[in-house]
Design a protein. Structure first.
Length: 70
């Protein structure tokens, strides 16, 4: 990923203008991707969290209310 000198100057000018309006410091970061993680772990966690109460209902003598309060 390359940024032209003209683009760098425009970015620097925009950052300076924004920093003049705040006490914070703004840092520009260019990256190919923001993370290496995929959505698979989140999907699996959601699937387990939705399926587990029904497994407990079927395999235990606990009431649905008791399971959902856990």
């Amino acid at each position: 990923m390359s940024v032209s000198e003209e683009d760098r100057a425009r970015i620097a000018t925009a950052i300076r203008a924004a920093e003049a309006k705040t006490s914070g410091e703004i840092v520009c970061v260019l990256a190919q991707a923001s993370t290496d993680a995929t959505a698979l772990p989140v999907f699996l966690a959601a699937l387990v969290s939705l399926a587990l109460p029904w497994v407990l209902v079927g395999l235990t003598k606990m009431s649905v209310h008791h399971i959902l309060v856990l």
